[in-house]
Design a protein around this ligand. Structure first.
Ligand SMILES: [Zn+2]
Length: 443
């Protein structure tokens, strides 16, 4: 095998859309029959609308079935332990359990069989290959390794690819420094929050982050690596290239990987997952086209243990379908935020991450840290939207800075804000994930 080829699987990654659709629909038909036979949860969903598996043969046919939500899966698991009635195999076929992070509600468990494990490794490896990772690379893994799907499945995929996996985990910055230097590691896999935190950490120790030798940072587990002002800060800080990936614990560990063109994350789950994009308010399926914005919905077309049909990911994305310069034909996305984090200000959709980008463009006068303060549950927010913004030591005229941010937010994102400037270091710094919204009723 040519160890430095351009694609992970050229035939699949450069497939014409009509050929891909034919392949996916063929697998969809088989998967529907399997799921109907094996999963009581989905049998009920089919029966509720008077359908049999043979009625679902095309992507369009999927619209006949209701969505699957995280709450339904949680309930299914509570009623039918261990994995719920949506699971389609007995426990003797399950080889590993992972769980979703449980940002809302209790975590739910996801099982995989040997077959699912192979599939997960293939999708994840393709995403990693798309990032430009090759066998010669040494990757410092500075994210969790336990139940989280960004851990062991990423290890499996990096090892299968033939690159070197160094499992450091979180909360071990000294070890990251020591190991990176000694092993001459050139890639860091972490959350964007950690990449920023670690920059600060190195500078406080009077070290130049550019001299550590990290030439590529792969961001995941939260958005940020794709936010222009954050990406710029990380790239300049380390003298490296930043790309990102995105997955979903119920669907697959890393389904999207961004190529070195840095033009959004490519879909890398061709033989395993079917994607729809919907309007989260109406549930209407939107046509896949350039510039589309909506929530991703996943359907497995080759999954044994915990198959999903029309699973609402709650990830709100922007889609590009034009041809990428890298030659891959798959659509690309950038995550705008969680559907649940979306605010609606007089009919205008606003994501906290977009606010962070605008404020970040005013560095070094701001630190780039923000927190949207909500006094009652959204998504509708009556303007002005209260936003805490950190100013840095370099800011002198605070009144002017406050006005500048408010004007910029109004012109770029189309809503009225009331900015409260707070000194550097007053907003919570987290190593793993940023907390962009403060909910006063939960405090
Ligand atoms: Zn590309």
């Amino acid at each position: 095998m040519n160890r430095d080829k351009r694609y992970h699987n050229e035939a699949v990654e450069t497939m014409q859309p009509e050929d891909l659709q034919r392949m996916q629909e063929d697998k969809l038909g088989k998967q529907m029959e399997y799921v109907y036979k094996r999963s009581k949860f989905y049998q009920r969903k089919f029966k509720e609308v008077g359908l049999v598996p043979q009625d679902i043969r095309s992507i369009q046919d999927l619209e006949k079935i209701a969505f699957t939500t995280k709450d339904e899966l949680r309930e299914s698991q509570e009623k039918d332990p261990p994995l719920g009635s949506h699971a389609a195999v007995d426990m003797d076929k399950v080889i590993r359990i992972h769980s979703s992070s449980g940002t809302t509600g209790n975590p739910s468990f996801i099982g995989i069989t040997h077959h699912d494990h192979k599939g997960w490794t293939q999708i994840t490896e393709r995403s990693i290959y798309t990032w430009g990772i090759r066998p010669k690379d040494v990757i410092i893994h500075a994210v969790g390794l336990t139940l989280f799907v960004g851990g062991l499945p990423v290890k499996d995929a990096i090892e299968h690819l033939g690159a070197t996996f160094v499992p450091i985990g979180t909360g071990a910055s000294e070890r990251v420094i020591f190991t990176t230097r000694l092993l001459r590691a050139n890639v860091l896999h972490c959350t964007p929050s950690y990449a920023i935190y670690f920059l600060d950490y190195l500078r406080k120790k009077n070290m130049d982050p550019r001299e550590l030798g990290i030439r590529k940072i792969i961001c995941g587990a939260e958005q940020g690596g794709g936010i222009p002002s954050i990406r710029k800060m990380i790239q300049e800080g380390y003298d490296c290239i930043v790309t990102e990936g995105m997955g979903n614990s119920d669907a697959a560990p890393i389904i999207f990987g961004e190529c070195l063109e840095q033009a959004g994350m490519h879909f890398c789950g061709q033989e395993f997952i079917l994607c729809e994009v919907i309007d989260p308010k109406t549930g209407k399926v939107l046509e896949m086209k350039e510039g589309l914005k909506g929530e991703l919905v996943y359907t497995h077309i080759d999954r044994e243990c915990c198959p999903m049909i029309r699973f609402r990911s709650r990830d709100h994305v922007e889609v590009w379908t034009d041809r990428c310069a890298c030659g891959r034909t798959s659509f690309r996305i950038r995550c705008l935020g969680r559907t649940d984090d979306m605010l609606t200000v007089l009919g205008v959709n606003v994501f906290p991450a977009a606010i962070r980008d605008v404020v970040g463009s005013l560095r070094p006068k701001t630190t780039g840290e923000i927190q949207v303060v909500l006094d009652k549950p959204g998504p509708a927010v009556t303007p002005p939207v209260k936003i805490a913004v950190e100013y840095s030591k370099e800011a002198t005229d605070l009144e002017n800075l406050k006005k500048k941010i408010e004007t910029l937010l109004n012109s770029k994102l189309n809503f009225r804000a009331a900015v409260n400037l707070v000194p550097e270091g007053s907003l919570p710094r987290v190593e793993m994930k940023a907390q962009l919204v403060k909910k006063l009723w939960e405090a």
